[in-house]
Design a protein around this ligand. Structure first.
Ligand SMILES: [Zn+2]
Ligand SMILES: [Zn+2]
Length: 260
């Protein structure tokens, strides 16, 4: 039976309050309004930002809310005026979506991707029209989170928050493009601007860190016939490594670097 045009009752993990365990609840997900897309969430990853908000550190954290912003989804239905995706498309929700409009100075600038189009409503836990699409079993509102709220079987996104992907891509793996992979990519290519012959230390063991390593390896292997030195410093290894030697030995560089 088609669910198009009807509210959907489904399960979601609801964050009722800071520092409290998530609650598995039956919720209602409203019909997508103009410019919105309702998706079935197939795969979810857990990001530190979800924990950060649940722990009460996020100044924009609102409760009750549905956390989650790293997912692989299938479009269930679309609201009025939506043209970039259709029912059945596979999408990755984006928490920093770009409107790409000609008059948006942020989207038109090569220096940033921080488009303000829906940023203010997103930060208030609501859809761009100022209302929510989630209701709990008592009919009370539940806030959205980062414009994604993917810890639910169904969620509603702004159209610009949907990145359409190839349906052949496995959603349980490409869900990491929603945050971890893009964060690692941005760290390597945009923030650090790592170049061939650099010696790189990657701190942490998150999906972003792992992705940084994969990107570094693939980028440099593609550009040169030798491998840049890598030192992976995990949170757990740092203290013992430093305790074992007052002057830790860094890997020797394979050849002279433009940086040294
Ligand atoms: Zn994240
Ligand atoms: Zn924009």
């Amino acid at each position: 039976m088609s669910t198009v045009g009807k509210p959907i009752t489904c399960k979601a993990m609801v964050a009722r309050a800071a520092k409290q365990p998530l609650e598995l609840e039956t919720i209602t997900v409203g019909v997508p309004q103009a410019g919105e897309v309702r998706v079935k969430v197939i795969a979810n990853a857990l990001c530190h930002t979800d924990i950060y908000t649940l722990d009460g550190h996020d100044p924009e954290g609102l409760f009750p809310c549905i956390l989650g912003h790293e997912a692989g989804c299938i479009v269930e239905s679309i609201g009025e005026g939506v043209t970039s995706v259709q029912i059945g498309d596979h999408v990755i929700p984006c928490y920093t979506p770009m409107c790409c409009e000609a008059q948006c100075i942020f989207c038109q600038s090569p220096k940033t991707n921080l488009c303000p189009k829906i940023r203010s409503s997103q930060g208030k836990g609501v859809m761009p029209d100022g209302t929510v699409r989630f209701k709990d079993s008592d009919g009370n509102d539940i806030y959205h989170f980062m414009g994604c709220s993917t810890m639910s079987e169904y969620t509603v996104l702004a159209e610009i928050s949907c990145a359409k992907i190839d349906t052949a891509a496995p959603l349980d793996k490409v869900c990491l493009f929603g945050c971890g992979v893009s964060t690692g990519l941005g760290a390597v290519w945009n923030t650090c601007k790592v170049e061939v012959n650099s010696t790189v230390a990657v701190f942490g063991v998150s999906s972003g860190s792992h992705c940084s390593i994969v990107l570094l390896l693939t980028s440099f292997l593609a550009q040169s016939n030798w491998l840049t030195s890598f030192l992976l410093v995990t949170n757990s290894l740092v203290p013992s490594a430093w305790q074992s030697s007052k002057e830790p030995k860094w890997p020797e560089h394979p050849k002279s670097s433009p940086w040294t």
